[in-house]
Design a protein. Structure first.
Length: 339
């Protein structure tokens, strides 16, 4: 029985045993109305839909609820072409469910997640705060949560549909950066299993749908506002229509041959969003962003990619009036200790 954060490492060692699936199923009844909450990136979407498929005929109904709208064009294209059944949760009107689950995330990763008492947590991100739930499966050595859920499908002898296989495959590809960042053999085995089942014409369209014309002005602003310090590049963009444009710019800047760190920030939905990307060589972006911003906001990530979210109210307590200049100075100061 798993009941606390200290147990997940023991559980991970027996991940391929049938008892893992039996333990998962034992947490549900046929009368349960289940909500799976996600911060909707490809890995989270694929994982949630796989978990929904695992619970088919095991519970009364399962809803996949997004804590924020999808803005990134790749993900919008995936949802549109594959007709994925996702629901946007509203903070001021949350329906009551019997069980709350989270995949590809942990309760401490987002203030919205903190609203719920979770019955299940399945994730691959580093554990920054204690995780409490009746069922916990956190495998930090894995490159994608979609890999974990693919293993559960195989244990249950469930062959994923073309739509589910495509979604899981894309989740693995994005979170491992096409196997260029943290990857283990299980990620590769899951990819090989899903590959012949996926719709590759749709997957190709999803992968190339990166930008819209309106995004170009933010790239222009990022070029105008860039500050380069050694191998680090910073840019603060003020208000942005979506945090995903910060991700696109951060990854774009990392393509510059003498840049090892890309730190891009902007204000979205009354929060300062800080996106960090690096080349992954002997670096830990997740550890650095937690150390720099964890005391005043939500922060975490992996070696090569990380994110922090700080409410403007909390930010004002630290820096006073949050002007563009003060925000830029604050970010550079907080990140200055690392090399």
């Amino acid at each position: 029985m798993l009941s606390g954060s200290s147990d997940h490492k023991t559980y991970s060692k027996r991940r391929l045993r049938k008892e893992a699936l039996e333990e998962l199923y034992s947490r549900f009844s046929s009368k349960d109305h289940v909500l799976i909450t996600i911060d909707p990136d490809p890995d989270a979407i694929g994982s949630a839909l796989a978990l929904k498929r695992l619970l088919w005929h095991k519970v009364q109904c399962t809803t996949v609820g997004m804590i924020r709208p999808i803005r990134r064009l790749n993900n919008l294209t995936m949802v549109r072409l594959l007709k994925l059944p996702l629901v946007l949760l509203k903070k001021d009107h949350l329906e009551s469910y019997d069980k709350y689950l989270v995949v590809d995330g942990q309760p401490s990763h987002n203030d919205f997640f903190k609203r719920f008492t979770y019955s299940l947590v399945i994730d691959h991100h580093p554990v920054s705060d204690p995780v409490e739930a009746p069922f916990i499966d956190i495998r930090t050595e894995y490159g994608a949560t979609s890999t974990i859920l693919t293993e559960y499908l195989k244990l249950a002898k469930i062959k994923p549909s073309q739509t589910l296989a495509t979604t899981l495959l894309y989740g693995i590809k994005t979170d491992t950066r096409n196997f260029e960042r943290h990857t283990i053999v299980e990620d590769i085995e899951a990819f090989r299993y899903l590959f012949p089942l996926a719709q590759h014409n749709i997957l190709r369209k999803i992968e190339i749908s990166d930008l819209s014309l309106r995004d170009l002005k933010y790239f222009h602003k990022a070029v105008e506002r860039k500050h380069v310090i050694k191998d680090r590049i910073f840019a603060h963009l003020d208000e942005v229509p979506t945090a995903d444009i910060l991700v696109e710019i951060a990854e774009f800047y990392l393509k510059i041959h003498d840049i090892s760190w890309s730190i891009i920030s902007g204000i979205y939905e009354n929060s300062l969003i800080i996106i960090i990307r690096n080349d992954g060589y002997r670096k830990d972006a997740g550890k650095i962003v937690r150390r720099a911003f964890g005391a005043i906001g939500c922060a975490g990530g992996h070696h090569a990619m990380a994110r922090a979210e700080i409410s403007m109210e909390n930010l004002a307590k630290v820096i006073g009036k949050p002007t563009s200049t003060e925000i830029e100075r604050f970010i550079r100061k907080q990140l200055s200790p690392f090399s």
